[in-house]
Design a protein around this ligand. Structure first.
Ligand code: SF4
Length: 548
C-alpha cells in the first residue's frame, strides 16, 4: 500500500476550497493500492470544531505524520511556504532535505501552482518538486513507489533507504519532476538533469530592488532570477479530456460554502500584461461532455456547483454549459468572471440559482490604466454589468482592483472611488420594482451592497510587467490610505484594506532564491508573521550588502 500524507499548509477551510488539492486527493485515492490522508495547519477536524493540535493528526484516521513514508504538500499561495516550514517544525521533521535521516524520516514532495512561479524558497527543504500539472505525474509517482519496494514497510539496516533511492532515481526521469540536490545528498544518488539552472547568489530582493529597473545591473540581476526561478521542464497535460477534476468531498466548512467545484478550463486565452496565468500557462478547455459528466457525478453529493477557471466565460461552450445547467435546475456560481465575456445567459443562471453575489475585476480605476494592463473594458461596461446583475435580483456586487501598478498615478486611485460610487448608484436604480404581486417604491426595494477589494500589485516572472517600474512602497501605502478614507465616506460600500506586509512578503517569495529558506525558518520559529519575515529578509539583504 502506498500511503501518502497530503498536507495543505493552511487551514481546513482554505485547503478544502482548493480544487487542486481535492484533485490530487482524488487521483491518489482512486488508484488501487494507494491511500491519501489529509493534514491541515491549525485545524485538524472535518467539522472544524477541534482545537489546533500538534503533532498534527490526519483528518481521516487520526494518524500522526510519522506513520507516512511520503508527505506531499499542495502549495498554491506564496505565503503558504511559511505554513510548510511551520508544519514540519511542529511535527519534528528535519527541515533541510540533506540533513534528514534517509531511513526514518519521510520523503517530502511539493507541488502546486506556486512552484511554477518560483520553487526556490523550498528547494532545499523538499526532496522532490512536482512542477506543472499533476495529471499522470501523481499516478506515476505512486506506481514507482510500489515498484521500488517502498511500500513494503521500513526494514532496518539500509533496505528502506535503498528502496527510497531507487524510487527517487526512477521518478527523476518524469517530466516536471525534480529530485533536489538535498535529496541526492541524503540518499547518496546522482540523477539526470541535476539542477544546473540553480545558480544562486544571495538572498531575497530588498524593497528597492524591483523598482530600479533603469539600472542595467538590476535588470541583469532580475533576468538571472527569472531564469533561475523557471522550472527546467514543467509538465503540462496536452489536453484535459478526463472527467476527473471535481471535488471529492463537499463540506460547508469552506470559503465557498457546500459546493462541488468543477474545473472547466485551465490557463487563460487572454494575456493581461501583469498576469502569470495568461502568459505562462497553456490554455486548455475541458470538453462539454466531460464537464457534464463531472456535474452528473457530483450531483450525488449536492445540486450546488462552482464552475472553476481563471476566466469562466472564455470557455468555448459556456453558453451550452449554462443552458444545460439551467435545464437541470442546478445552482451554479462562477469562480471569476472576465466582464467582457459575461452573457445574459450566465447572469440568468446565477440569478436562477439564488446566487446573491457576483465578483468582477476591473483591476484599475481608470480606463487609461486598464488599457495599459491589456484590459479593454470601459467604465460604462462595468456600470452596465452592475445594473444588469442587480436587475436580475443579485444584491452583492464585488469589485476587485490592484494598487501599486506600473504607470499608476494618484488620479487612478480617485478613479477607483468614482467607479465604485457610480456602480452603486446604477445598481440602486436598477433594483427590480416588483416583489410578489405589488410594485415597491424605490426606498423599500432590497438594498444593494458593493464591496471593493484591493490587492497590492505583485510583479510576476515571465510577464511583461515583471520588471516594470512600480510606485514606491511609501506611495502605495499613501494611496491605500487615501482610498480607504474616500470609500469609507460612501454609503453602501465596504472596502477591504490589504495588508502591505503580506503583499511585500509575497513579492519577496516570488523573486527569492534558495537563501530565503533561512528567513522562513527563523520567522516560523518566532511568530510566523509576514511583518517579521519582511523585516528578516530586508535585514539579511542589508547585511549581505554591507559585507561586500
Ligand atoms: S483574464 Fe484574468 S486570468 Fe486571463 S490573463 Fe487576464 S487577469 Fe489573467
Amino acid at each position: 500500500m502506498c500511503q501518502i500524507a497530503l498536507v495543505y499548509p493552511n487551514t481546513y477551510a482554505v485547503g478544502m476550497s482548493s480544487l487542486g488539492f481535492q484533485m490530487v486527493y482524488r487521483w491518489i485515492n482512486e488508484q488501487p493500492g494507494a491511500l491519501a490522508e489529509r493534514f491541515f495547519c491549525e485545524e485538524v477536524a472535518e467539522a472544524g470544531h477541534a482545537p489546533p493540535r500538534f503533532p498534527a493528526l490526519s483528518v481521516e484516521n487520526q494518524r500522526p505524520l510519522e506513520q507516512f513514508d511520503l508527505v506531499a504538500f499542495s502549495i498554491s499561495y506564496e505565503l503558504d511556504y511559511l505554513g510548510v516550514v511551520r508544519f514540519l517544525m511542529e511535527n519534528r521533521v528535519t527541515l533541510r532535505a540533506a540533513e534528514r535521516d534517509p531511513e526514518v524520516e519521510p520523503i517530502l514532495i511539493a507541488g502546486g501552482v506556486c512552484l511554477l512561479v518560483n520553487r526556490l524558497p523550498i528547494y532545499d527543504l523538499a526532496d522532490v518538486l512536482v512542477v506543472g500539472d499533476g495529471e499522470g505525474t501523481v499516478a506515476q509517482i505512486v506506481a514507482q513507489w510500489v515498484a521500488s519496494g517502498g511500500d513494503r514497510g521500513r526494514p532496518r539496516g539500509g533496505a528502506a533507504g535503498c528502496a527510497r533511492a531507487r524510487f527517487l532515481q526512477a521518478i527523476s526521469a518524469l517530466e516536471g519532476v525534480e529530485v533536489t540536490e538535498g535529496a541526492c545528498r541524503r540518499f547518496k544518488i546522482a540523477v539526470n538533469d541535476q539542477p544546473l539552472a540553480l545558480r544562486t547568489q544571495h538572498s531575497g530582493l530588498s524593497t528597492q530592488d524591483s523598482t530600479v529597473s533603469g539600472q542595467p545591473s538590476a535588470i541583469q540581476n532580475l533576468k538571472s532570477k527569472i531564469q533561475n526561478s523557471q522550472p527546467l521542464h514543467p509538465h503540462f497535460a496536452p489536453c484535459l479530456e478526463r472527467a476527473d477534476a471535481y471535488s471529492m468531498i463537499v463540506t460547508p466548512h469552506t470559503e465557498l460554502g457546500a459546493r462541488c467545484l468543477v474545473e472547466i478550463a485551465r490557463g487563460c486565452p487572454y494575456r493581461c500584461r501583469f498576469c502569470f496565468i495568461g502568459h505562462c500557462l497553456p490554455y486548455r478547455a475541458r470538453p462539454f461532455d466531460a464537464v457534464r459528466e463531472m456535474i452528473e457525478r457530483g450531483r450525488r453529493l449536492t445540486p450546488r456547483f462552482g464552475l472553476i477557471a481563471p476566466a469562466v466565460g472564455s470557455h468555448p461552450d459556456i453558453e451550452r454549459i449554462c443552458e444545460w445547467c439551467r435545464s437541470e435546475g442546478l445552482e451554479i456560481s462562477f469562480s471569476s468572471l472576465r466582464l467582457e465575456d459575461v452573457t445574459p445567459a450566465m447572469l440568468d443562471l446565477l440569478a436562477a440559482g439564488g446566487q446573491q453575489s457576483v465578483t468582477v475585476a476591473p483591476e484599475a480605476g481608470s480606463e487609461t490604466l486598464r488599457r495599459a494592463l491589456g484590459k479593454r473594458l470601459s467604465d460604462e461596461q462595468v456600470i452596465q454589468f452592475a445594473a444588469d446583475a442587480v436587475a436580475r435580483g443579485l444584491t452583492d456586487l464585488r469589485l476587485y482592483f490592484m494598487v501599486g501598478l506600473p504607470g499608476e498615478e494618484d488620479e487612478d486611485i480617485e478613479a477607483i472611488a468614482r467607479l465604485a460610487g457610480a456602480v452603486r448608484q446604477a445598481a440602486m436604480a436598477a433594483r427590480p420594482s416588483r416583489r410578489g404581486t405589488g410594485i415597491l417604491p424605490v426606498e423599500r426595494r432590497r438594498p444593494v451592497h458593493v464591496t471593493v477589494t484591493v490587492a497590492v500589485f505583485i510583479p510576476k516572472p515571465g510577464t511583461p510587467f515583471a520588471k516594470a517600474e512600480r510606485p514606491t512602497p511609501a506611495q502605495i501605502k499613501n494611496r491605500l490610505k487615501r482610498l480607504h478614507a474616500q470609500l469609507g465616506r460612501m454609503e453602501g460600500i465596504t472596502f477591504r484594506l490589504p495588508s502591505f506586509a503580506e503583499a511585500e512578503a509575497q513579492r519577496i517569495l516570488t523573486w527569492a532564491d534558495r537563501d530565503v529558506l533561512s528567513a522562513l525558518i527563523e520567522t516560523a520559529r518566532e511568530s510566523g508573521s509576514s511583518r517579521r519575515f519582511v523585516g528578516r529578509t530586508s535585514k539579511s539583504t542589508d547585511e549581505s550588502k554591507s559585507k561586500t
